[in-house]
Structure formats: C-alpha cells, structure tokens
Design a binder for this molecule. Structure first.
Ligand SMILES: [Zn+2]
Length: 456
C-alpha cells in the first residue's frame, strides 16, 4: 500500500519547496510529489528533506584499516607503502570478517547521508589465492551486508589480472587475480546471486586499472559485459602515469579515451593527473569523474583539475574509496577547499552562486549516472532515498532556505542529519542506524583480532 511522508521543506529540482508530500509505493519508489500540500493522512516527518547521495567508490573491507596506516616507518612514505599495509589487512580477513567490516562501512555511510554505494569489489579468493567453493562467496557477503543495512547497491566486480603493466601479480595480490575467462565466470555467478537476493541492485564491472587489467581486456570489456556501469581507477598516482607512458606510449586517461570507448557508462576513479587536453576530452566524453577527495588527500595522491573540468561541462561524483572517513558533506567540502588551497582563491568551483548547491547538484547527478540507479532527486520514479536534516534544533532554524546547503556542506555536515530513509524504509533515526550497535560490536571483534595480528 502506498503511503505519504510530509516535510515542511524538501529539496526538489527547482530548489527548496515548502510543505512537500512524497507518495511512496510498496517497492520504495516515489510515485507522486506535491508542493504546498496539506498534511492530510501523511506521516509528518520533522526536518527538511534532501535526496540521499551515492558513494560511487567503496572498497568495504578497507574500513578495517582506517587509521592503521598513519604511522611513518621510513622517509618517503606514499601510496605504495599504504598499499603494503592494505595487503596485510586483506590477508587477515575471512568471509565472516569481510561481511562484518563491510556492514560497518555501510552503516556509517547511511548515517552520513550516503544511501547508495558503488562497491568496487576486488577481493575474490581465499588467502592462498584459491577460489572459494562458491566462486562468488565474497560478492555474496557484500550483498548480505548491503541487505542487512538497507543501502542501495551497485556491485562492480573487479577484473584484476596483473601486478603492473606486463608484470606478473605479486604474492600480496593473489586474492584479487583472475584471467578474463575466470573473471567472466565469476561475473556470471555474481549476476545470478544478485538477481535472486537483491533484484533492485545494479551489476556493473570494474577493470581495476591500466596497471592491473590487461589493455586488451579493457578495450573489449564493454562488449564482454554489455550492460551496467564500467568503473576503472585512472591516473591516481604519478608513477602509474609514468609507467603507462613507458609501456603504452600514452597517459592512462589519454589511452582510455583513445582505446576503451569511454562514454556515459564509464566512471574514471580519481582522474587526478590529467593534462588540460585530457581534462576537456574527459568532460566531453560524458563519463563521470569519480572523486575521492578525503582518500586522495590521505594518500597524498594530488588534486583534481576541478575548475577546468566543471567549466567544460564535466560530470563528477564522490566516493569514500579507502574509507579513512565516511562523510558525504566532508568529501564535497574537501573537493572544494583543496581547489582553493591550490589556486589561492575562493569560489573557484562556483564563481556565480552557492558552492553548496553546485557541489550537491553535481554529486547527485554524477552519482546517479555512475551507479545507474534511480536516485539523485526527490521526484516520481526515483527511489525514496531521503536524508532529513534537523532544521529546528540547529543553526538552520535561523537561516533562510537559500543558505541551507552551504551550511550543511561547509559548517554543520553530518551532525545535522537526523533521519535517513533507504527505499522508503527508515534506516537512521536521531543520527543512528537501527542496526548500529550490533554491527559495531561484530566489527570491533574483527578489528581487535586484526590489530593483534598486524606487525608494528
Ligand atoms: Zn579505489
């Protein structure tokens, strides 16, 4: 049976609207939106409503290592020394642990305003590198974590075949490795499980990067997996760019644009190190740049070419990647403020209006495209993924609506979030997910064991 939620204000395509009733069907889809609506027999929800955001890039198991790679062991620590810790962590996690850690990440995402996750899933095998008896065991664990927590899922099984361009895999990578045939079998199994367990989820594919997937496979992946989004890490690190130039005669982004048929199906994660020409070509391709500003800052990756990309009409979304922090407003703020620090100017992403609105509109549209989900707006046909901010007990009470998004992104952030609905179901109330306590207790048991096992 359909039901209706009534909000004093809601963020619709035209901006903040007063007295809004959203009608939601049994499948959790919005069927009607009325403004200036009476409360009638609606459920009256205290607070102001905005669409939930997509976290377009997550590696759920990495939540277990958040904060565990923040000690220097030698001069010159970088992405690659962080990756060494990640390999130690991944080898200590069994399927139960991966499910527990991923569920913790998803609970925190919902509490932070992320209602859909793009899970870039690259741990496939047991710690010896052998496939599990059920080939897609770990995909099943991710699906279970998503179902348990109520987050929308776009699952992106990752093709990882090599240790570098033309190099064999390293021992630390053995849980990730498949050749293309084994990968396509795994992808098929995952599709079957997902269809049965979570019919509203979306299945895509993720060749890991030009260093870990073979160029010939990347060129043809769009035909081998003909539907769903395609995500790839690209140009995160200078070394990766230099290796690519040496091996293929082109930077990763230029190579992808020239060979892989980059279009709206694609999401290039990071795209940090681009020439001005690549920046405008990527913008024109219709692909999404999947920015992970908190991870990129933590790993010392570099700063995305935001102003040029946005001026060229480029689409972007945000992801929490390493899960060092899970916070939608903070990702958007970091994206903007990193541009200001580099350029020593203000409002470089939004020269003609509200920075909060520019960031939010961009991330909603780009996140919906990159996850291929019916999300990103409170409108008929969209899933009822709703973030409700407290506008009575916070500074929002003193501000006109035109100031609310700037305040949310730059000042109040996640602490303003009171409720979160996923597909019309109330998952978070008073800022807390309804399974938070049990999920956190299982997660902490895993974390305790992990820290005991980790060297240093
Ligand atoms: Zn990543």
């Amino acid at each position: 049976m359909a039901r209706s939620l009534w909000f004093a204000w809601a963020w619709l395509a035209e901006g903040w609207q007063k007295d809004v009733a959203l009608t939601i069907d049994q499948a959790g889809i919005i069927t009607a939106v009325a403004t200036g609506a009476g409360q009638g027999d609606c459920d009256i929800v205290p607070g102001i409503a905005m669409p939930g955001l997509a976290n377009l890039h997550s590696h759920g198991f990495q939540r277990a290592m958040a904060g565990l790679a923040e000690r220097g062991n030698r001069p010159g620590e970088d992405f690659w020394s962080w990756r060494h810790v990640m390999y130690q962590v991944v080898n200590a996690l069994d399927p139960d642990a991966i499910e527990a850690v991923t569920a913790m990440a998803y609970v925190e995402m919902l509490q932070a305003g992320f209602t859909t996750v793009g899970e870039f899933h690259y741990v496939h095998h047991d710690p010896t590198g052998a496939p599990y008896a059920a080939r897609a065991e770990l995909a099943e664990r991710i699906i279970a974590a998503a179902q348990h927590t109520g987050i929308g899922l776009t699952l992106l099984p990752c093709l990882y075949s090599a240790g570098g361009i033309g190099r064999a895999a390293e021992p630390g990578q053995r849980r990730f490795i498949n050749d293309i045939d084994a990968f396509l079998r795994l992808h098929d199994d995952t599709a079957n499980i997902l269809r049965a367990a979570m019919p509203n989820a979306v299945l895509g594919v993720a060749p890991h990067s030009l260093r870990a997937a073979r160029p010939a496979d990347i060129e043809t992946i769009g035909r081998m997996v003909p539907t769903g989004p395609i995500h790839i890490h690209a140009a995160e690190q200078r070394i990766e760019v230099d290796d690519c130039i040496t091996a293929l005669g082109a930077t990763p982004v230029a190579w992808l644009l020239d060979h892989a048929g980059i279009d709206r199906r694609w999401c290039l994660i990071h795209a940090t190190h681009m020439t001005p020409d690549e920046t405008s070509r990527l913008a024109a391709s219709g692909a999404v740049a999947g920015l992970c500003p908190l991870t990129e800052a933590d790993l010392g990756d570099g700063i995305f070419a935001g102003p040029a990309f946005l001026q060229a009409g480029g689409r972007f979304g945000i992801g929490s990647d390493s899960l060092i922090r899970i916070d939608a407003a903070e990702e958007l703020r970091q994206f903007d403020t990193s541009q200001r620090l580099r350029d020593q100017r203000r409002m470089v992403l939004s020269p003609h209006g509200s920075a909060g609105e520019t960031l939010l509109r961009g991330a909603l549209a780009g996140g919906a495209q990159a996850t291929a989900q019916p999300i990103g707006a409170l409108a008929p046909g969209q899933r009822a993924d709703i973030v409700v901010l407290d506008h009575i007990g916070t500074d929002l009470a003193a501000l006109p609506p035109a100031r609310w998004l700037d305040h949310f992104i730059f000042v109040g952030g996640t602490r303003l979030i009171d409720r979160v609905y996923g597909g019309g179901r109330l998952m978070v109330e008073k800022g807390r997910h309804r399974a938070q306590a049990s999920v956190a207790s299982r997660f902490r048991a895993v974390l305790r064991r992990l820290v005991d096992d980790l060297p240093g």
